[in-house]
Design a protein around this ligand. Structure first.
Ligand code: BG6
Length: 518
């Protein structure tokens, strides 16, 4: 029997939040800084980066002067750049765009028009960065590469040639020089390794911030707090008590006009290789020595190393690909495209803690509901006392659901006695909603990540070894799927292809339902 992913109606939180410690004292302000966005007229800059900087400014989290320099081809002035961003920020900002605040934000914006391969662009950039330094940025700079990975090498080479980056360990007291790179970091294992080699020639690992915005989500960060900040979960967090784990990232949207990009990418590179494997590593890693960046990243890398590699012959049994009907009619998509917009995979982790526990990951576009969550299914009780209930499938094992988005929260389903003379049991849900518990707005992931990079904190960014390992894990799947056609077509706004249910059904499990119960 399945359990609805979206309970109807969402139960209000009965949990009251109490904030421990003084939040203000834990906040470390970044140094004044110049941020250079390559690809500043692109979708990401308007949808995520500019709104994030705007909200950081409204929250007083930035230090004056912070200068944001857009860089793209074309003849755009700083004022035109601000005008270009304004409607996008108005649409995507979590806080309202008032005139005075906008004017202040616009005064932090600058723009350089130029080709990425033209030395003149970098000469102009150098002059602009010098001017920022005079204004007080102290030489601190972040280069945000919001461009396809194929362009990274050329940009880094030019930055180095013009003395804008130098390979150096980032220490307190020396000017920060950091580069943020967007996913997908490479196209496959070989290209990702080549990219890592190349970036390593120009930059020290401490200067490279590989962004995975899932790691900036509050609810994703809470996975570690839930696990290691409470003594009641960790003793159960292993193969003795957990039957299986589901990790879902379902979206209702399609590819939103990004046909050309998506044809090159597909759901495995877009979501599973990065977002979902990162979430899985946080759910499964061992206790880190501290919350320091490398202690956490060591444990994440370690658990990814323990994930069993797919054998090429196993891909058909443990991986399912789907494509929503209508995808092939989208602009930029081949009429016979085999690109998956949905994928489900079963991973195994060969470790003392997880041996034998299947991890089912699924992600897809144009599905019935938007929901990202981790569902931990606990084992059944021995059936000595409840034979009748078990026969009628009433007695379902407990499920702990970590709701990443939307309706962020945590819920526990367990059985309880139904009031009455006889022993009847029913399922109950106990739910904590972030919105109700702490009554604090949840910041966008990019706000946190941009701020962390300016502060020189790499905890929530991906390290080279994890990225490499994640590519290695999905490499056999890419290899088999790209060599053999066989994508399952599914109807839009459903739960995806039935082959994914069959894959799980063969092991006696089923996906949580994406459709609200009617
Ligand atoms: C991005 C993908 O990384 O994540 C998009 O490229 C996807 O295809 C998006 O829509 C989902 O992010 P979120 O935060 O809305 O779950």
């Amino acid at each position: 029997m399945t359990d609805p992913v979206k309970p109807k109606p969402a139960p209000a939180s009965s949990v009251t939040g109490e904030i421990l410690g003084d939040i203000a004292t834990k906040r470390r302000r970044p140094e004044p800084c110049a941020i250079v966005i390559f690809g500043a007229l692109g979708d990401l800059a308007g949808r995520k980066l500019a709104p994030a900087f705007f909200n950081l400014m409204l929250d007083g989290a930035l230090t004056d002067p912070t200068v944001i320099i857009g860089l793209s081809r074309g003849e755009t002035t700083a004022a035109q750049f601000a005008e270009h961003l304004k409607p996008r920020v108005a649409e995507f900002s979590r806080q309202k765009v008032e005139a005075t605040a906008w004017d202040k934000f616009a005064s932090c914006l600058d723009f350089i028009g130029g080709e990425f391969d033209n030395d003149a662009t970098y000469v102009a950039l150098k002059a602009r960065l010098e001017a920022c330094k005079t204004k007080g940025t102290r030489g601190n700079r972040v280069f945000y590469l919001s461009v396809p990975p194929s362009v990274f090498p050329m940009i880094l080479e030019k930055l180095e040639k013009h003395g804008l980056v130098e390979r150096a360990v980032q220490n307190n007291g020396t000017p920060g020089c950091r580069v943020i790179v967007e996913k997908p970091f490479g196209r496959d294992l070989v290209s990702a390794r080549a990219l890592n080699e190349m970036t390593g020639r120009y930059l020290d690992e401490s200067q490279i911030y590989r962004i995975d915005h899932y790691l900036g989500k509050e609810t994703v960060q809470n996975i570690l707090v839930l696990r290691f900040g409470n003594s009641i979960f960790e003793p159960l967090w292993n193969r003795n008590h957990i039957d299986y784990v589901e990790i879902t990232a379902a979206e209702t949207i399609g590819i939103e006009g990004r046909g050309t990009f998506y044809e090159q990418t597909g759901v495995v590179r877009d979501i599973i290789q990065n977002h979902l494997l990162q979430v899985m590593s946080l759910v499964t890693m061992e206790v880190p020595a501290s919350f320091a960046a490398d202690d956490i990243r060591d444990e994440k890398a370690q658990v990814l190393r323990s994930v069993r590699n797919f054998d090429l012959n196993e891909v058909a049994n443990f991986c399912v690909r789907g494509q929503y009907r209508g995808y092939r009619e989208e602009p930029g998509v081949a009429p016979d495209s085999q690109t998956p917009t949905y994928a489900a995979m079963r991973f195994q982790i060969d470790s003392w803690r997880w041996q034998g526990v299947p991890f089912y990951l699924r992600a897809g576009k144009s599905l019935a509901e938007r929901v990202t969550e981790v569902a931990i299914h606990f084992k059944s009780v021995p059936l000595v006392l409840f034979k009748e209930e078990a026969a009628g499938s009433v007695l379902q094992p407990a499920v702990l659901t970590l709701r990443i988005q939307p309706q962020e929260g945590i819920s526990l389903r367990f059985v309880a006695k139904v009031p009455g003379e006889s022993i009847n049991v029913g399922n109950v849900h106990m739910t904590m909603s972030y919105a109700d518990a702490f009554k604090r707005p949840i910041a966008e992931a990019y706000e946190r990540l941009l701020l962390d990079c300016m502060r020189g904190d790499a905890t929530l960014f991906n390290r080279r070894d994890s990225v490499d390992r994640a590519w290695a894990l999905i490499q056999p799947v890419l290899q088999v799927w790209e060599a053999t056609p066989g994508v399952h077509i599914y109807e839009p706004h459903t739960a995806g292809p039935s082959a994914a249910d069959e894959m799980m059904g063969r092991e006696g499990h089923s996906w949580r339902d994406l459709v609200p119960q009617g």
